[in-house]
Design a binder for this molecule. Structure first.
Ligand code: ADP
Ligand code: MG
Length: 348
């Protein structure tokens, strides 16, 4: 589908492990004072003075988390960084450093890894992160990429999943379901391509949802916005698995219930039209699709005036006592218990 523009194929064995690491990491610059020692020694050294530090890791496996037949390596590198930064921001922290570990088979030439690292470098630049280390090893099967992200918290500004209070407002950034629908379009085009390799992918009219799948962003801007608005969420989580499963996390950990209003769930028009085309319910997509990397958080009702006019934020429900349970209030005003259902369950 997406053609490999890079025709040159330099064998990894021509460089050796250290040559490879040097080659891939030579462009990384340091921009944080907390980065004392970076790539090149046995370990990185970081000095955060008296700050609290957050650390988070994600592991991405070829065939499980990504499919290289439609995921360009550059996008994969970008996304591998983004999914980790999203977790740092979900703690209300500032992301500062990452380490990147890869396992590659010799099916990949150097040029492929250069693409992967170009994506990593772009993400590091856009989000102002120092790449301070990693590990490189060979793989007998597919590609594996693991990123660890490190961040700092000013004063006592950390936000956990367990801090929500009954009657707090439930708020989400951006819109939901687009990454999942982008994946549906890419999977469909892959099937078409299998049948007819000469066909050109028909991706027109799907640019937003495909971008949300292939090049997601982490909501660093929302952390700044909340700071500027002087709103500290009582609890927060990022939406990686889907709205329903993240709501359940906030409710369970805060020992609360919740009413989520179907009519309030923010959806992009392209998600709505693509759902109609695929004959899928858009609410189900928003609830269970995942990979949106938006922030879901709760705020005190006193903060409502500060957030209500903001186009980036939507109040989608409110927290209740635990006994009330966790429900979706439908457009028809029916109450349906929210379950963390994956798509497999839904289809069955
Ligand atoms: P060790 O043998 O101690 O694991 P390595 O030779 O693997 O050390 O790594 C040398 C240096 O290069 C270390 O600073 C390490 O963090 C860094 N490094 C190794 N692989 C990568 C990678 N894929 N991306 C970024 N930095 C890396
Ligand atoms: Mg190593």
């Amino acid at each position: 589908m997406i053609e490999d523009k890079n025709q040159q194929r330099t064998q990894l064995s021509d460089l050796g492990e250290f040559g490879l690491i040097d080659h891939l990491t030579k462009n990384f610059k340091v921009s944080h004072k907390s980065t004392v020692k970076t790539i090149g020694d046995d370990a990185a050294v970081l000095d955060f003075k008296d700050k609290k530090i957050v650390v988070t890791t994600d592991l991405l496996l070829e065939g499980v988390h990504f499919d290289l037949s439609y995921m360009p390596l550059k996008h994969l590198g970008y996304k591998a960084v983004i999914v980790n930064l999203s977790d740092v921001y979900a703690m209300n922290a500032k992301a500062t450093q990452i380490t990147v570990s890869i396992a590659v088979s010799n099916r990949f030439p150097l040029e492929a890894l250069e693409d992967l690292y170009a994506g990593i470098e772009t993400a590091a630049k856009v989000y102002n992160i120092d790449v301070v280390g990693g590990d490189t090893t060979s793989s007998t099967t597919g590609l594996l990429i693991s990123v660890t992200a490190i961040g700092e918290i000013d004063n006592d500004n950390e936000v956990y999943r367990d801090g929500a209070k009954s009657s707090d407002l439930l708020v989400v950034s951006g819109d939901l379901g687009a990454a999942y629908m982008g994946l549906q379009v890419l999977e469909r085009e892959k099937e078409v391509y299998k049948v007819n390799p000469n066909s050109q992918p028909d991706l027109e009219g799907y640019s937003y949802i495909i971008e949300r799948q292939l090049k997601p962003e982490a909501r660093k801007d929302i952390i700044k916005l909340l700071k500027d608005l002087k709103v500290k969420p009582s609890s927060m989580i990022d939406i990686s698995d889907g709205l329903s499963s993240e709501i359940i996390h906030l409710c369970k950990q805060s020992k609360l219930g919740c009413d989520l209003y179907e009519e309030k769930i923010p959806l992009d028009p392209q998600v709505i039209s693509t759902c109609e085309e695929f004959n899928i319910d858009s609410t189900t997509v928003a609830l269970n699709g995942g990979e949106d990397y938006e922030l879901l958080f709760t705020v005190s009702q006193d903060d409502y005036p500060k957030i209500k006019a903001n186009p980036n934020l939507t109040v989608i429900g409110y927290m209740k006592e635990e006994q009330a349970g966790i429900h979706l209030v439908t457009r028809a005003d029916a109450k349906i218990p929210i379950k963390a259902q994956g798509w497999k369950n839904f289809n069955a």
